[in-house]
Write a protein that binds this ligand. Sequence first.
Ligand code: G6P
Length: 367
Amino acid sequence: FLVNKGNHRHFMEKEIHEQPEVISHTLAHYLDFTSGKARPESVSVDFSKIDRLAISACGTAFYAASIGKYWFEQIARMPVDIDIASEFRYREMPLSKDSLALFVSQSGETADTLASLRYCKSQGLKIAAIVNVKESTIARESDVVFPTLAGPEIGVASTKAFTCQLSVLASLAIKAGRDRGTIDEKEEQRLIRHLSVAPRFANEVLRLSPQIEAVCRELMLVKHALYLGRGTSFPLAMEGALKLKEISYIHAEGYAAGELKHGPIALIDETMPVIVIAPYDKLYEKTVSNMQEVAARGGRIILITDAKGAAHANVKTLDTIVLPDVPEIIAPLIYALPIQMLAYYTAVFMGTDVDQPRNLAKSVTVE
Ligand code: G6P
């Protein structure tokens, strides 16, 4: 069907704004909100029969999968190996037949991801894939396909496919937790109730665009930026850095907040913006102390947090983006939005070709 930009300047902006709707569709495919249970017909894998997960993916899909690893480990107590597909395919990692190989790809055509899939198949593993394009090669060659219902994604920098991948990964982790007996029915219902409110919070966050746009007038002036996060906010920090470099061509790095002192702190001065992703959760105090190390060296902090986090930050920031107070499991989905918007508005101000950034392709079918 016809895909157009509607009232938006770019496909990327349109796709950012579609997120409440496509997250809602995707979650509803996997989860029954009435009974508070994962739908067995949509998650047709019995995780009690699987020892570990071997995940591989590229780019944004890799960062989604990296967040998924935290969920599988915490909720289902399931060991997860995760790799960038271009490494996985040559790493000769020992694979057990009781592992499930899981591939995450928007296009379903990425050459390195496909090669990793074929390698796992040759080793006799069962193959599952989270894909957005149902007719793709990766979907065809998988034993089990978990679709993301994001609709066509046109902007080269992935946005809505990412949050839909997160929606699927969270749903699978809940099903895995039930299959493996690491969560009970009540906990399953609680987590599903928490996921069900994600679209509403995503909508609320979209309304912060004027504030985010304003801080991008500062961000567009810099040469380098650092993103910090802990726990599931760590892969999100890497995704934030990737988004910024992809479309604004500003050099950015994402780091685990605790790694700051092992290198990147040497880069901090008054010219260095540091984007800190820190919902007020059990790791918040740790991240705050890293943020204070940045502040003490004159780094300019853009803090993305919630009201409690803002109240406890105790540090001067260039800007604090205050998101709604959201349940822990949906934080990565909700915090992804300001991260995408920061990159988007910065690129728009810089006048780059947002939907078709130089040197990049939507789908990389060569090695
Ligand atoms: C390219 C795109 C990225 C994407 C990556 C993986 O680099 O520009 O946006 O994340 O490929 O693509 P896939 O289709 O496998 O998710």
